[in-house]
Design a protein around this ligand. Structure first.
Ligand code: MTE
Ligand code: MO
Length: 517
């Protein structure tokens, strides 16, 4: 065997041992997290860290490129980065003893920093990355030592194959298999035994004192139009949480503090006893592009925020409430939007007839009509801090978004779709329009640059809810351009000028090209 081939073989085997060592590291850490600190998976913690530090532009790009898969893509990239680093550590360890081990140790320290600095980290959060790093280091050291002895001994070709080769191969194979079994077992076990979804399923909420009456004509019957109520399973989801927080309502507490006369702590039952009412509110994300679908409408059961705040007697000098999630996310909501009796700002516990789904903030979230989600709709709510815009900043404020962000009047064409040809003849152009806290007066459609034609509106449920609209159209063969714009009940016409979503929401009229065959 030539010396060069021997060197190459050694590097490949060392890289393989490093990769398996990395897998052992991660799997042991996951198993330890499953046993002693569910919140301290180093991979998830590192992912959350990345989410918090990547620049806004990258985050928008990721959402644009991968949509709802953005979190999966992040985890896969992290996995690839870990794999490459582990392969390098193996090669380094075979070059100089302890160098690869030092790489694993450093990764362990980084893991401890990531898990212990997460919001809500439990006291044992430092353990999983530490144990994982320790086992990974021992594994790497033993395997590479066996590799070296085997390959050194193998150089003079006439010597018999020593036991070290068997040892190296056994360690690598057993390590790889054990890592896969232990790692997936820990992840699956942790998902299966998360008792919170069982608690949620068994939860019976009290009846609300009022239900919203949906008027006759509130929903148009048009194929392809967005339904008036968005089913929970179709409701858009936007948040920074890599793994969905699981909160037991039995131990959940809401703290109202900051500039208050009296610090208040509420349990879930105490909140429910304040009395539930039903509200219908259309939620909108600031990241919604013109024509986009980061908007949804639901029935919520909740308690008015002003009732909860009143218990704490907020100071007259305060002008903001910083709502905090268990995972550290915060939103800044103007105090008067929460105390205004004309605005249905609520702490919601149910969505479309069910306890909040875990992804949508179980057990309690805020819903404030007329404000984008990032400044109002805190999920997995744990704290309302009465404060001022001068003193406190919310999660998105230092990341390129406005501290205050009312939802912009907008309209959307649902049908016909740009990618689906329709037959010539009688057709319906239809969609939704929203102007939360004001209401929609008019929706107009322009076909091929012609005159604006007024659409028929569904009967609104309230001013905080979107309306559906439709226009009859005698479609002729060929391509046509459709443009939509809305006017609200205050007489404001939807902004024509296109602006990007940062810093406070997109504007522009949606224009779409449809093909008629
Ligand atoms: N804890 C937490 N709450 C959050 C967010 C978040 O990242 N973390 N994102 C907000 C944003 S940007 C929006 S648009 C809404 C989306 O709510 P949904 O996922 O239930 O549709 O939640 C808000 N509440
Ligand atoms: Mo959002």
């Amino acid at each position: 065997m030539s010396a060069r081939r021997e060197r190459l073989g050694r590097v490949l085997l060392a890289g393989l041992a490093g990769a398996v060592g990395g897998a052992v590291f991660v799997a042991v850490a996951e198993a330890a997290a499953f046993l002693v600190a569910r919140d301290a998976s180093p991979i998830l913690a590192a992912g959350s860290f990345v989410i918090d530090i990547v620049p806004q532009g990258v985050k928008e790009l990721a959402i644009d490129l991968f949509g709802a898969n953005d979190k999966l893509v992040l985890l896969l990239s992290l996995g690839a980065a870990v794999l490459i680093a582990a392969i390098l550590a193996g090669i380094l360890e075979s070059w100089r003893r302890w160098v690869g081990v030092a790489v694993f140790a450093l990764a362990g320290i980084a893991g401890v920093l990531a898990t212990t600095t997460r919001a809500g980290a439990t006291p044992l959060a430092f353990l999983p990355p530490l144990i994982g790093a320790f086992v990974g280091c021992v594994f790497l050291s033993l395997t590479i030592r066996a590799l070296k002895r085997w390959r050194d001994a193998a150089l003079p070709a006439d010597r018999p194959v020593p036991a070290d080769r068997r040892r190296f191969l056994a360690l690598t194979v057993i390590g790889a298999v054990a890592a896969v079994v232990v790692g997936t077992g820990a992840r699956l076990g942790s998902a299966a035994t998360s008792s919170v979804s069982a608690i949620r399923k068994a939860l019976r909420l009290p009846e609300p004192s009022h239900r919203v009456v949906v008027p006759e004509g509130a929903e148009l019957d048009i194929p392809g139009i967005t339904p008036l109520f968005t089913p929970n399973t179709d409701f858009y989801r936007v948040d920074t949480a890599l793994s969905v927080p699981s909160i037991d309502p039995g131990t959940w507490r809401l703290v109202v503090d900051g500039m208050v006369g009296r610090r208040v702590e509420l349990s879930f039952d105490e909140l429910l006893r304040m009395g539930l009412d039903e509200y219908v509110v259309t939620l909108t994300c600031v990241s919604n592009q013109v024509g986009g679908n980061l908007v949804g409408n639901a029935r919520w059961l909740g308690v008015p925020v002003h009732k909860v705040l009143a218990l704490a007697n907020p100071s007259g000098d305060a002008d903001m409430v910083l709502s905090r999630s268990i995972d550290g996310f915060t939103a800044s909501t103007p105090l008067d939007a929460l105390t205004d009796p004309g605005r249905d700002a609520i702490l919601a516990v149910a969505m479309n007839g069910q306890p909040l789904p875990l992804e949508h903030g179980f057990p309690v979230r805020m819903v404030v009509p007329g404000l984008y989600g990032y400044v109002s709709a805190t999920k997995w709510l744990t704290e309302l801090k009465v404060t001022t815009f001068e003193k406190d900043q919310a999660y998105w404020t230092p990341r390129g978004y406005s501290a205050q962000a009312p939802i912009k009047l907008s309209s959307r064409i649902d049908t016909p779709r740009i990618d689906k040809q329709i037959p010539a003849g009688a057709a319906k152009i239809a969609g939704v329009a929203w102007a939360q806290t004001t209401g929609i007066r008019r929706v107009e459609v322009q076909i091929d640059g012609g005159p604006w034609q007024e659409a028929t509106l569904s009967r609104p449920i309230n001013k905080d809810t979107w309306v559906q609209w439709s226009l009859d159209w005698n479609a002729t063969s060929g391509s046509h351009t459709l443009v939509v714009r809305a006017t609200d009940l205050a007489g404001r016409v939807q902004e024509q000028q296109r602006t990007p979503i940062a810093p406070d929401g997109s504007t522009g009229w949606q224009s779409t090209l449809v093909r008629v065959g």
